[in-house]
Design a protein around this ligand. Structure first.
Ligand code: BGC
Length: 733
């Protein structure tokens, strides 16, 4: 008897341990894919031991630095959260991927990935399909590299053109940024890889990001930075949201009940999990403010979501039900995105196909800023072209920090920059191996192509004097953790451009910059092209555009000011101060009037406005019709009045809302039109863009009245005007 009972106890123990396959080998109840992800998550949660549950709630920075040994099974990148093998729960293998799958500190020796052009380049495409394709590409590369979570989906607004991370984000407008962010997140998650949306919220400058408080009223925040996230959430349904380092109105973002519980999970009904940024957890109390998972735990003062959380549960300060909620939110997203059914498989990348995605984005996102005498496109028959600076003989610039991608085949040029602090190991300027020099050479039939580094303006000018065309590559490197102090081109490049343009007016300046720069030489050069950080095939894309094999169609997603004196904050708050200094950044100055809206309010003329970009053809707009009601419906025709095919981005702006002057992008379309042809566009405006956020009644309100809108080629080039009556509407927050 005794033996039998002993055996049956053993059987019970064994059955508990195999879990996923119970004693009768029946599949675990949560393996039923017909159940809703929430339901499946609940079933797993019921099977978890308390220790297992806790183990899902915190993870490491998965790189063997700071004395860490990489645990067995960790692929190695920004994050790793072990799974629960007994229940068949996969580990979370997390990688940064703002612009491609990262490989920090070469943790996966020699493993490269395809770098997409910068976020601003993507935003300059105004192309949802390009955003989806880029997301799908990095999602697929991540999946083939063993990752199932990407720390992608950066959607912070470019409130300041000096923000060191603008190159990871999607510009200054919430509609543009949120729409493209959502499409890119959807692309990632369609590959069965969870995407985050980050950095929630208003992490809009890097200087003292660990200490500053971003101060702003609720209505202004809802109509700007939060609107971008809200739209990205609706468009992309990210499995996870990453809370930011900074404080918002005095409270750290990851400790912020209003942001995480009330707005994200409450008003917006976000069903996934909130993960911390690396080193952004301030205590177990963050859990009651809505934080679900501690990431990169080595960076926090302690592993708060380990033992301290277990003690808090025992002591009753964190309810066990909340811990289950945290685990279920993670599991829900894992089920919703297909992490159980479609585990990543180490497979070679399809580098050629992926490079095409990057190239297409660069071609669409490069902006022709100036071409007053038609110097561009260059002739394929040019006899002598001089290329200057920017390491253009070897490659194209990329941005630094956690978004840094190790390009396939390695960097073309890699320059250690030195420095101090946590970000110091990231201080290397990397050029992707796509040589503009070679690409330009390939466009000509045997022209003499010369390259000079541009270190000495006099030497560059001497070489450039008699060239048929000169192309100067000017660079501005940006990196996470730092802002640029001002908008000048560094390292004497302005003087270089002046010296060369003085001897040869057929000078084209190609900018490879993290964002806007000043151009004191603008009137003296023949053409200016903003190529941002153009990614894996940037050199080829630039050459295509310079020679007219691709017609430029990018439009600025960010205002280029004449000087920093035009900005809401002429100086970057805290610049030069100690790291993580605690101070306030006053965003009430501009409120929701970010970028072009600030310029409109102050009646300032920028160097180049939001939405601006030239083409080798030109477009006219006709038959502009506006209908009112609960929202605005708009129709118009776009006519290509030039001689070559091209793509245009007609933009709709609200200019007056029921008697109140306003300036706000409310819609756009990207259309390709043959010469002489017309394309009809119909747009229905998201009513939130016509509304004000009303704090008192907690919702969006459209005041009844007449709404005036304009159809423009940029925020300052409004070509057609119309108006319609709207009825009073109230929308949920
Ligand atoms: C960045 C995040 C990144 C994380 C992990 C942080 O410093 O702010 O964007 O995902 O590191 O590398």
């Amino acid at each position: 008897m005794r033996t039998i009972s002993h055996l049956s106890t053993l059987a019970a123990v064994v059955s508990a341990f195999v879990g996923a396959q119970a004693a009768d080998n029946a599949p675990a109840p949560w393996s039923n894919a017909a159940l809703a992800p929430e339901e499946r998550a609940k079933l797993v949660d019921q099977a978890l031991t308390p220790d297992e549950r806790l183990s899902l709630l915190h993870g490491i920075f998965a790189v063997p630095v700071f004395g860490l040994k990489l645990p067995e099974g960790a692929v190695g990148s920004a994050g790793y959260v072990p799974g629960v093998p007994r229940l068949g729960i996969p580990a979370l293998q997390e990688s940064d991927a703002s612009l491609g799958v990262a490989n920090p500190f070469n943790v996966r020796p020699g493993e490269g990935a395809t770098p997409l052009p910068s976020g601003l380049a993507l935003a300059a495409t105004w192309d949802k399909d390009a955003a989806y394709a880029g997301g799908a590409m990095i999602g697929q590369e991540a999946w083939r590299s063993g990752f199932n979570v990407l720390l992608a989906g950066g959607g912070n607004l470019a409130r300041d053109p000096r923000n060191g991370r603008n190159f990871e984000y999607l510009g200054e407008d919430p509609l543009l940024a949120g729409t493209l962010d959502g499409a890119s997140i959807r692309g990632i998650q369609d590959q069965h890889v969870v995407s985050t949306m980050k950095h929630f919220a208003i992490n809009d400058q890097e200087t003292s990001r660990h200490g500053l408080s971003a101060n702003i009223g609720e209505a202004a925040l809802r109509e700007s930075d939060l609107l971008a996230f809200e739209l990205a959430l609706e468009g992309g349904h990210p499995g996870s949201v990453m809370c930011a380092y900074n404080r918002v109105n005095g409270v750290y973002a990851c400790s912020n009940d209003i942001l995480q519980n009330k707005i994200l999970k409450g008003d917006w009904g976000f069903p996934g999990w909130v993960m911390s940024d690396w080193g952004a957890v301030h205590g177990v109390e963050d859990i009651s403010a809505g934080l679900d998972q501690e990431s990169g735990e080595q960076f926090d003062k302690k592993v708060f979501f380990g033992k301290p959380l277990a003690e808090a549960v025992q002591g009753g300060s964190v309810p066990a039900a909340r811990v289950s909620d945290m685990a279920q939110r993670i599991l829900r997203s894992m089920f919703a995105v297909g992490l159980f059914e479609h585990p990543p498989k180490k497979t070679p990348l399809d580098a050629d196909a992926d490079a095409k995605v990057a190239r297409h984005e660069a071609e669409e996102g490069t902006v022709l800023l100036s071409n007053p005498t038609g110097l561009l496109p260059l002739s394929h028959d040019a006899k002598r072209i001089v290329i200057i600076g920017g390491h253009a003989d070897a490659g194209v610039l990329s941005g630094g920090g956690s978004a840094q991608v190790v390009p396939i085949g390695g960097a073309a040029v890699s320059i250690p920059m030195g420095g101090e602090g946590v970000m110091a190991p990231f201080h290397t300027t990397v050029f992707d191996p796509s040589s503009p020099y070679k690409a330009i050479k390939a466009k000509t039939s045997g022209a003499e192509i010369r390259f000079i580094d541009g270190a000495y303006p006099s030497a560059a000018a001497a070489l450039a004097k008699d060239a048929d065309a000169v192309v100067i590559f000017a660079t501005q490197w940006m990196i996470e953790g730092e802002d640029v102090p001002d908008l000048t081109l560094p390292n004497g490049q302005d003087a270089l451009i002046e010296a060369v343009a003085a001897v040869n007016p057929k000078t084209v300046v190609v900018l490879e910059t993290g964002g806007p720069v000043l151009m004191p030489w603008l009137g003296k050069v023949g053409a200016v092209v903003e190529a941002w950080y153009p990614g894996a095939k940037g050199g080829e894309a630039i050459a295509d555009l310079l020679f007219g094999d691709v017609n430029p169609s990018g439009r600025l997603p960010i205002t280029f000011p004449v000087s920093t004196a035009q900005l809401p904050r002429p100086e970057i708050p805290g610049l030069g101060g100690p790291d993580a200094a605690q101070f306030d950044v006053d965003y009430t100055i501009e409120g929701a009037d970010v970028g072009y809206r600030w310029f409109a309010r102050k009646k300032q003329k920028p160097l180049f406005p939001f939405g601006f970009g030239l083409s080798y053809t030109h477009f006219d707009y006709a038959n502009f019709k506006v209908e009112g009601g609960d929202t605005l419906s708009v129709g118009f025709d776009v006519h290509n009045a030039g001689k070559v095919a091209g793509a245009d981005v007609p933009q709709l702006y609200l200019t007056d809302a029921a008697g109140k002057p306003k300036m706000r992008l409310i819609g756009w379309e990207r259309v390709t039109v043959d010469p002489g042809a017309s394309v009809h566009v119909s747009l229905k405006v998201d009513p939130r863009l016509l509304a004000d956020f009303d704090e008192a009644s907690h919702g969006w309100i459209i005041t009844a009245g007449r709404y005036q809108i304009a159809l423009g080629a940029s925020a300052t080039d409004l070509k057609q005007h119309g108006a319609a009556e709207l009825s009073a509407v109230r929308l949920k927050p």
